[in-house]
Ligand binder design. Structure first.
Ligand SMILES: [Zn+2]
Length: 315
């Protein structure tokens, strides 16, 4: 009963808007129009929820369509909203060049972990919600004229946490890049290792870095791009060992959270601590690049970095 009351209320509020709805597709008589108002109303009830997004930085209400067209960057203050892995890949890669690797690899609940909810039920929930199998998408693609191995993490899947699947997919990607003599780019966003997999997730730190060491030995470049947030086990492994470490503006980057550090050191933390800007100033990051410029800059860097092995081979 309560729900019907609510719908009636919201419908009442929106009766002034029917003119906005597109004209009916297959209308013949005037009588047809009336029943058509019903589905139109229920659609409208859904639209306002996702039509505008409030920017957390400048508090402006940004039109969602505008935000999508602007690669999820606020049109007023350039705040970078989180972006899904597929959208990001789409914004970087040349059309139809992305060949996904290990698309069907899914996590296994080795430890039979059960907290508030079981790990298996969490996995199923996130798989349904996001349409992803796990927190990273990997594959070979072309960016500009360069064929590269690309890995992109997605924070929406269990906080971008690194479990066995994330570690394994990235390791295979790195190994494929080494084998094929390709440059490597990994976009990280993660809360850290996946606690549901205990030590198995921590093991991924060493595994990914070992694969990267072989990649580096083959004189191939690895560009690590840190996006908001990149923390803990991911930052302490593959995300921080790039030949070139880039970041998106305002990204939170670190190992332990600021509260833990403050409690441990008993010291006041400096302003802007653990932001991309702070880390650029202190030498951990090479450059901060806005999302809209990212592709052009990556092409530029790849041109420099990929030119090197050829020269050294010639000498
Ligand atoms: Zn803004």
């Amino acid at each position: 009963m309560a729900t019907t009351l609510f719908t009636k209320k919201t419908l009442g509020l929106e009766t002034a808007e029917p003119a906005v709805t597109p004209p009916p597709a297959n209308s013949n008589t005037t009588f047809v129009k009336k029943p058509k108002l019903a589905p139109a109303k229920s659609k409208k009830r859904e639209i306002p929820e996702g039509l505008w997004t409030k920017c957390p930085r400048c508090s402006t209400m940004v039109f969602d369509k505008e935000l999508d067209e602007n690669l999820k960057v606020c049109t007023h203050c350039q705040h970078h909203f989180p972006i899904g892995s597929r959208e990001r890949i789409h914004s970087l890669v040349e059309t139809c060049t992305f060949e996904e690797m290990d698309a069907e690899m899914t996590s296994v609940d080795v430890l039979h972990f059960t907290g508030v909810a079981s790990y298996i039920s969490k996995l199923q929930k996130y798989q349904q919600e996001t349409g992803l199998k796990d927190a990273v998408i990997t594959g070979l693609c072309k960016i500009g004229d360069h064929r590269v191995a690309l890995g992109v993490m997605d924070f929406k899947f269990l906080g971008g946490s690194m479990g066995s699947v994330v570690g394994e997919k990235l390791t295979r990607l790195v190994e494929r890049a080494t084998e094929k003599g390709l440059g490597l780019i990994i976009f990280s966003t993660s809360g850290g290792a996946r606690m549901y997999e205990g030590m198995f997730s921590l093991m991924q730190m060493g595994k990914t870095c070992a694969a990267l060491a072989y990649h580096a030995r083959a004189s191939l470049p690895y560009i690590s791009v840190l996006t908001d947030p990149t923390m803990a086990g991911v930052m302490a492994s593959y995300a921080s060992v790039g030949d070139l470490i880039l970041a998106e503006p305002g990204a939170m980057i670190g190992f332990a959270g600021p509260r833990v550090i403050k409690d441990t050191t008993q010291a006041e933390l400096p302003h802007g601590f653990q932001t991309a800007e702070f880390l650029l100033e202190h030498g951990l990051i090479d450059s901060i690049i806005s999302r809209k410029e990212m592709k052009a800059r990556l092409v530029e860097y790849l041109s420099y970095l990929m030119a090197r092995p050829k020269q050294s081979a010639a000498v």
